[in-house]
Design a protein around this ligand. Structure first.
Ligand code: PFF
Length: 466
């Protein structure tokens, strides 16, 4: 018997859920560091152009494939009568699974830090790196101990995701995003006001608005491209799943523009918050972009900021909402696939994915804590290498799976299913889409070439691009 497919209850529910997927850790802790490295205004401009000319067409494509096929990412291609392209969906689901494994653990650390700032900010301030390592159960010389705190909080974070997903698309995911996304925007505004009113913050604002073209190299442009895809949740087939729950009465193109605008706005606001507060407290030399920055360096900022404890709690709460809504979309896309591909019910599929993901994620946390678990890698610049398992997971998704899945979607939409069909699906709600020619050109030529460049560059130079 055909199962009744879930649907968003309306426009707002869908927009908030899709924006919730897009707005995540990538916007808040990766983007500001990249904008700083890329020289401020020049990077922002390039990023904006990439979102407009590549991000929007790709999101339109994924949403249209999802809504036209009314199915999970793997069956989508079969339903559109091109079963031989199901590999795109497989790459998407497997990639989403790998991302979820580490994303959920990092989400757990964020949850820990909400409590850390609530209860023991002095302990964080007195030795930020030591505090972080201690949470991870860092394997110091001659000692081994299990990263208990990090793992326990990861389990709690994953359980939160599971509760929302088991409740389903409308009463779980949609409802959660309707609370989580406005809360996120509110927290963002509070932090923005705090950051830009710190004495000395203007320098950071000025930096972000200035153009230093010497810092805008080819590598930064490629990094902006990888960042844009990751940030918009493109290339993991997530938007295929979310599009499949969208009613034919809703406009795909208007919603896409809104989602991309929200995502970019949050990234830019996070850029202003982080860069101006680091400039005002620690100085511009302290801007960074990974977990080390978000968990360690920022402690110095909150320590020096008037009301730092409160703003620390607000910052990690913001990260927590961002991480939760993105992680939910990743898990949902895997669960949708499992419940439709196998005769599993939603609860069983969700619990199965969450447990498995938690266990693999433990390897990620353990390698962050210096346990010698290795992956295997090959690129032209370094030959065969054995990177730490945590880097290996990120290489797999950022350097291969996201670009391959995005490239597959461009080829499928541009050359196989054809732009006419994408456009017909976009116009199914009877709002005309006036940019057919531009869309066709972007999806057939410009986007695939840009993505191929990412793939080749990362293989040739071995650098992390996202
Ligand atoms: N877009 C999210 C972020 O910026 O953190 C992360 C993400 C979610 C990436 C979903 C990929 C994805 F499919």
């Amino acid at each position: 018997m055909e199962k009744q497919r879930a649907q968003w209850t309306g426009k707002v529910g869908f927009i908030l859920a899709a924006a919730g997927s897009a707005v995540g850790l990538g916007n808040i802790w990766k983007f500001p560091g990249k904008a700083f490295e890329g020289g401020g205004g020049g990077f922002l401009l390039v990023y904006l152009l990439i979102v407009i000319f590549l991000g929007i067409p790709l999101m339109l494509t994924e949403l249209a494939i999802g809504r036209a096929s009314q199915s999970n990412v793997v069956d989508a291609f079969k339903n559109l009568k091109h079963k031989e392209y199901s590999w795109i969906g497989w790459v998407g689901v497997i990639g989403a699974f790998i991302i979820t494994c580490y994303y959920a653990h990092v989400g757990g650390w964020v949850l820990r830090y909400v409590f850390s700032y609530l209860t023991e900010p002095a302990a964080v301030y007195s030795d930020p790196l030591g505090y972080f390592y201690n949470m991870l159960g860092y394997k110091a010389e001659g000692m081994t101990f299990f990263p208990l705190t990090a793992v326990l909080f990861a389990a709690l974070f994953i359980a939160l995701n599971a509760v929302v997903i088991i409740r389903g698309v409308e009463s779980g995911i949609e409802k959660f995003n309707k609370i989580g996304m406005p809360a996120l925007f509110l927290l963002l505004i509070v932090l923005l006001v705090r950051a830009v009113t710190l004495p000395g913050a203007q320098e950071g604002v000025r930096y972000l608005l200035s153009f230093d073209l010497s810092r805008l190299t080819f590598d930064t442009v490629i990094a902006a491209l990888g960042q844009a895809f990751y940030s918009l949740s493109i290339g993991m087939a997530i938007m295929i799943t979310y599009g499949s729950y969208l009613s034919r009465e809703e406009s795909i193109h208007k919603n896409t523009v809104l989602i991309c605008t929200m995502d970019t706005l949050v990234a830019m606001l996070a850029g202003f918050i982080i860069i101006s507060s680091v400039f005002a407290t620690l100085g511009s030399g302290h801007i960074g972009k990974g977990g080390g920055f978000a968990f360690v360096s920022l402690a110095g900022v909150f320590e020096q900021m008037p009301g730092g404890q409160l703003f620390g709690v607000i910052f990690y709460l913001l990260l927590l909402f961002a991480a939760l809504t993105s992680c939910i979309s990743l898990i949902e896309s895997i669960v949708a696939f499992l419940t439709e591909f196998f005769p599993w019910d939603r609860k069983r599929a969700t619990i199965g994915v969450c447990v498995f993901m938690f266990l693999i994620g433990c390897l990620y946390t353990a390698t962050q804590a210096a346990y010698p678990i290795k992956g295997i890698w090959f690129d032209m610049a370094n030959g065969l290498t054995f990177p730490p398992f945590c880097d290996f997971m990120e290489y797999l998704t950022d350097r291969i799976m996201i670009p391959v899945c995005a490239l597959g979607s461009c080829i499928f939409a541009g050359w196989v299913w054809k732009p006419e069909n994408v456009i017909a699906e976009i116009e199914a709600d009877n709002t005309p889409f006036r940019l057919e020619k531009t869309y066709s050109m972007l999806i057939r030529y410009i986007a695939p070439v840009a993505i191929l460049i990412i793939l080749i560059m990362s293989f040739a130079t071995g650098t992390t691009l996202s």
